[in-house]
Design a protein around this ligand. Structure first.
Ligand SMILES: [Zn+2]
Ligand SMILES: [Zn+2]
Length: 382
């Protein structure tokens, strides 16, 4: 009898533990984990220097779980020959057959829709377009942006696949301004960091860098316009825009300069895209985070600290007090603690964060770069 009671109690405790575990899980029963990916890279299908299987293999063997090979104005479909003697390039379908493995690695279709107006490049990455989208042109820079974005959205939606569009390297050729990023309707995505050496992430004396553009655009988007505020956020992705897989060095657009970590319960296109749309991802050039959590009162960031490396976390945002809006993108708080914790004051339009490590990047975008992480903007109180 006593034994039965003991067994019953063990069962009861087990059920409680099981219930607690399930609460912490998603609908599929899988806990959400971070997946490392890159959504912007090139192959011989356009101006990359390596066959697409070399590209895919580089990422798979360097710890990534998903990859979008985004060649200029083309998908990897049909027959194309490159090289001397000419070799037929592998299609995405062939690459997916070879590389995709459930829960381990996922190749996703993508195109870098590439246009320009009067010397200003207009490049956007379309994930899962379903079919090749040609550049649309336009009579002004703004119209060129709008026409390409419109066709990209329509085509992507028509594909029936989960998809995403992000604006690329806004300062490349001084193509896009923060006003263009502010004008994107609905939730927007752009490259706050791109590893290609000629994209001018940090701006110059006359042009704001991409982080400053992010703050200007966010402030504008959240103070003007209509619709719910959460849908007006602008999210920043990090990519390497790799073109060069054969030679490595400062003048080369090499893989591995920056990537995203996306939190999802499974490695599927749907789960990853949903996470992007929730803003449940961060960009990284080497810093790894354990958790990012927001409550009504606080934004908490757990850093997976490495020995001998120091970390400073900067919380950046714009305050609004009644009718007046403060400086776009001021440093609201800075800490070297781990976890890094920001307590909302309640007057912030948004708060984003950047973790800056003391470790130099092994193959930096620019001389002197240290490894960082870019955390997405949140609104106080959710
Ligand atoms: Zn580009
Ligand atoms: Zn590119």
């Amino acid at each position: 009898m006593r034994n039965i009671l003991v067994i019953r109690n063990i069962l009861r405790i087990s059920l409680v533990i099981l219930a607690v575990t399930i609460v912490g899980c998603s609908q599929t029963g899988q806990p959400a984990v971070w997946w490392q990916g890159n959504t912007h890279t090139h192959s011989l299908w356009s101006d990359g220097d390596a066959a697409p299987e070399v590209v895919a293999e580089w990422y798979r063997s360097h710890g990534y779980q998903f990859l979008v090979i985004s060649d200029h104005n083309t998908l990897q479909v049909g027959e194309r020959f490159r090289g001397d003697p000419p070799v037929r390039l592998k299609t995405l379908e062939e690459l997916q057959d070879r590389f995709n493995m459930a829960g381990v690695f996922l190749l996703i279709e993508g195109e870098e829709l590439t246009d320009s107006y009067d010397g200003h490049p207009v490049h956007m990455n379309v994930i899962n377009p379903g079919e090749t989208i040609p550049a649309q042109g336009g009579n002004s820079l703004r119209q060129t942006i709008e026409r390409n974005l419109e066709i990209a959205r329509q085509t992507q939606a028509g594909s029936g696949q989960p998809g995403l569009i992000h604006f690329n390297h806004p300062n490349f050729g001084w193509g896009l301004t923060w006003e263009h990023l502010a004008a994107i309707q609905g939730t927007g995505f752009f490259e706050v960091f791109n590893g290609h050496p000629s994209v001018r992430n940090y701006g110059d004396d006359e042009h704001p860098g991409t982080e400053e553009m992010w703050d200007l655009a966010l402030t504008h988007r959240l103070t003007g316009g209509s619709g719910d505020l959460a849908s007006r956020l602008l999210y920043g992705v990090a990519t390497d825009d790799a073109h060069h897989f054969l030679e490595f060095g400062p003048s080369k657009a090499n893989p591995g300069r920056a990537w995203v970590m996306v939190r999802a319960n499974e490695l599927t296109e749907r789960a990853l895209i949903d996470a992007y749309r929730r803003g449940d991802f961060y960009g990284s050039s080497g810093v790894t985070l354990g958790d990012i959590r927001t409550s009504k009162r606080r934004l908490v960031i757990d850093i997976e600290a490495e020995e001998g490396v120091e970390y400073i976390t900067r919380f950046i945002g714009t305050r609004q007090d009644g009718d007046t809006t403060g400086d776009a993108g001021e440093i609201l708080f800075e800490t070297n603690r781990n976890p890094a914790i920001y307590r909302f004051q309640g007057d912030e339009l948004y708060v984003r964060a950047k973790v800056i490590s003391s470790r130099p990047h092994p193959n930096p975008y620019a001389a002197g770069d240290v490894e960082c992480a870019w955390i997405q903007p949140v609104r106080p109180g959710g």
